[in-house]
Ligand binder design. Structure first.
Ligand code: F6R
Length: 364
C-alpha cells in the first residue's frame, strides 16, 4: 500500500505534484477561476470587510501564508488564529466577516468548535477541507475541497501543499472580482500555477543531496528556521515538520525578531535554516544571516535561483526555481520536508507515527 516507498510520508511527498494539479485544474475554466462550491455571489465577495482564518498546526501555517497573499493581492484585512485561541477570545465578527476554517481531516475538535462559534455569531463560514463529507465540510456554508486524496502519515505534506493552492485560488478569485488585479496579472499567475507541479517534481529529485546534508545534523540538539513575510510562514512549517518527526528541538523566528532574545541560543555550529524567496526582503535577510553567522551559526539558505548574494552569506544553499512571489511557499516547502524526513529517518524515528501524536485530533 506504500507503493514501494519506505514510508507513507515519503509516498505522500511524491504525490504532491498530483495533489497540486488536482486542486487547481478543475477550477480553471477558459483562463478564469471558477470555484463553484464557494457558494458566494460576486456581490458577497465585494462586500467582505475582513477575513478571519482559523485552523490548527500545519493548516494554521497555510493560513499564515494566506494572510500575506490575501492582504497584498486582494487588499482584504486578514486575521489568523489557532482555533483553540479563537474560540475563547470573544472575536469581533460582523455581517461582512468571512471566516475561513482550514482542515485536512475536517474533524479537528477545536477547528470544528470555532466554526460553530463563528456561525453562531453570524459569520459566513468557508471550509477548506480535504476529507469529503467530514464534519467541517458538512457544517460550513461553503466548502472548497483540496483534492490531495487520503493522507496517512501523521505529518502532513500533500494536504498542506493542496491547501496552499486552494488558498491561492481563492485569493486570485477574490482579487479578480474586487478588481485589485488585472487580466494580465491573472493570466500570468495561472501560467505560474500550471508550472508548479513540474517544479515540485524537480525539487523532489534533490532527495539524495538533502539526505547527505541531513546526515551531518542527525545529532543536532536544536535547529532554527528564520524568514520574513511569507518566508516566516514557511519557516514555521519547516520547523514543525522537523520537530514532530525527528524530536529535535526547533524554533522558527521572524528574522528581525531574533536579536530580541532568541539569538542568545545560537552557539558555535548551530544550524540556522534561512528562507529567502522574496526579493524585496533579500537584503534584510542577508543581514540576519550574517548576524547569526558571526555568532558561529552554520547557515543553510533556501533561496531562488540566481540569488548570488545569498551564497556569500550562507554556508550551504538549496535553490528553488522562479515562480510568482506569492507561490514561493509551494516550492520552498519541498526541501524543508525532505530535510525533516531525512533527519528523522537517520535518527531511526517512526516517521509515519511520531510519538504522542494522532492524525486526527478529535479531542480539545
Ligand atoms: C502537522 C500536522 C498537524 C495538523 C493539525 C490540523 O504535520 O499534521 O499540525 O495540521 O493537527 O489537522 P487538520 O488539518 O486535520 O485540522
Amino acid at each position: 500500500e506504500k507503493g514501494g516507498y519506505e514510508h507513507f510520508m515519503l509516498k505522500e511527498m511524491y504525490e504532491q505534484p498530483k495533489a497540486i494539479t488536482d486542486t487547481f485544474s478543475p477550477r480553471l475554466k477558459d483562463g478564469m477561476i471558477e470555484i463553484e462550491e464557494l457558494n458566494m455571489t460576486e456581490e458577497e465577495i465585494k462586500s467582505i470587510q475582513k477575513i478571519m482564518i482559523v485552523a490548527c498546526g500545519s493548516a494554521y501555517h497555510t493560513g499564515m501564508t494566506a494572510k500575506y497573499v490575501f492582504e497584498e493581492m486582494a487588499r482584504i484585512p486578514v486575521e489568523v488564529d489557532v482555533a483553540s485561541e479563537f474560540r475563547y477570545r470573544n472575536p469581533i465578527i460582523t455581517d461582512n466577516t468571512l471566516v475561513m476554517v482550514i482542515s485536512q481531516s475536517g474533524e479537528t475538535a477545536d477547528t470544528l468548535a470555532a466554526l460553530r462559534e463563528a456561525k453562531e455569531r453570524g459569520a459566513k463560514v468557508l471550509g477548506v477541507v480535504n476529507v469529503v463529507g467530514s464534519s467541517i465540510a458538512r457544517e460550513a456554508d461553503g466548502v472548497m475541497y483540496t483534492w490531495a486524496g487520503p493522507e496517512i502519515a501523521v505529518a502532513t505534506t500533500k494536504a498542506y501543499s493542496a491547501q496552499l493552492i486552494a488558498l491561492y485560488l481563492l485569493a486570485m478569485k477574490m482579487s479578480q472580482v474586487r478588481g485589485t488585479i488585472d487580466a494580465d496579472q491573472l493570466t500570468g499567475m495561472i501560467e505560474d500555477l500550471k508550472s508548479l507541479p513540474t517544479q515540485v517534481e524537480m525539487l523532489l529529485e534533490n532527495k539524495k543531496k538533502i539526505q547527505k546534508f541531513a546526515n551531518r545534523y542527525q545529532a543536532a540538539e536544536q535547529i532554527f528556521f528564520i524568514g520574513r513575510g511569507i518566508d516566516y510562514a514557511i519557516s514555521q512549517e519547516g520547523s514543525l515538520k522537523l520537530k514532530e518527526i525527528s524530536y529535535i528541538h526547533s524554533e522558527a523566528y521572524a528574522a528581525g525578531e531574533l536579536k530580541h532574545g532568541t539569538i542568545s541560543l545560537v552557539e558555535e555550529g548551530t544550524l540556522v535554516v534561512s528562507v529567502l524567496t522574496q526579493e524585496p526582503l533579500y537584503k534584510k535577510m542577508i543581514s540576519n544571516m550574517e548576524e547569526v553567522r558571526t555568532r558561529g551559526a552554520f547557515v543553510m539558505a533556501v533561496t531562488v535561483e540566481g540569488n548570488l548574494e545569498a551564497e556569500k552569506a550562507a554556508d550551504y544553499v538549496l535553490y528553488i526555481p522562479k515562480t510568482n512571489e506569492y507561490f514561493m511557499n509551494s516550492l520552498a516547502i519541498i526541501p524543508l520536508q525532505l530535510f525533516a524526513y531525512e533527519i528523522a529517518v537517520g535518527r531511526g524515528c517512526d516517521v509515519d507515527k511520531p510519538r504522542n501524536l494522532a492524525k486526527s485530533v478529535t479531542v480539545e
